[in-house]
Design a protein around this ligand. Sequence first.
Ligand code: DGL
Length: 281
Amino acid sequence: MKTTPIGIFDSGYGGLTILSAIRRLMPQYDYLYLGDNARAPYGPRSFEVVYEYTRQAVETLFRQGCRLVILACNTASAKALRTIQQNDLGMRVATHRVLGVIRPTVEAIGSLTESGHIGLFATPGTVKSGSYHLELQKLAPHLQLTSLACPMWVPLVEYGEAESDGANFFVEKRVNEMLHADPKIDTFILGCTHYPLLLPKIRKATPGHIRIVAQGDIVAYSLQNYLHRHGDLEAACTKGGNCRYLTTENAETFASTARIFLNQEVTDVEKITLGTMTAHQ
Ligand code: DGL
């Protein structure tokens, strides 16, 4: 039977932390996860490249039957979401939706900080895009945001070093830098879907009074709310409780790494090609 799964896209494995939270809250739906593992990380890539890769991924998920796609990647949300929403839905504009992770995070953050000072850890691409600042200016201009790029954090997670002693150095370095930049910060946002895997180390390096906010639950509750408000889209999403995975890299490698992110076996994985895939640069 043809299904209409909810599509979840990330450059690699990080979006699995979002998928996991969404499935915990709404296990009834069918999900289709796509990781562009062959071309990850997106963090250091240009706007044009991230946009083109993300556009190909969304198109693929639509062709696979999804009507709703979540960009479970801050870099793709920062660099591609708006253009895709405005220019690329075409004939599908009435029936299909693409949502990101930055707006729901910014919507939630105002109620979490007391000092009004927030620290954002993210990829160089997300920081450079200024997307969090732009959203904050619209939704909560009184909040003070300090952003810090952490180029080493994604590779640490991707290469299975998140729990190694060596990772402590890179985590402590950035946490200290952030608190030096603004000692009044009382809330850290993990603005990259890979970073929850470093959470124990970030927590250890962070003073106890600082709240550390990961995006999984925020995005999950925001999606639940969105589906309540968009009954036609909700009704179109099939409810078989299944999850399939697509990757642009080797399926076995994906399955074994995804197990670390999800803490469970991953079986239904298929390797696909996106657009005319260029070699990893
Ligand atoms: N998952 C991406 C994000 O949330 C980071 C990984 C990458 O750089 O591709 O920004």
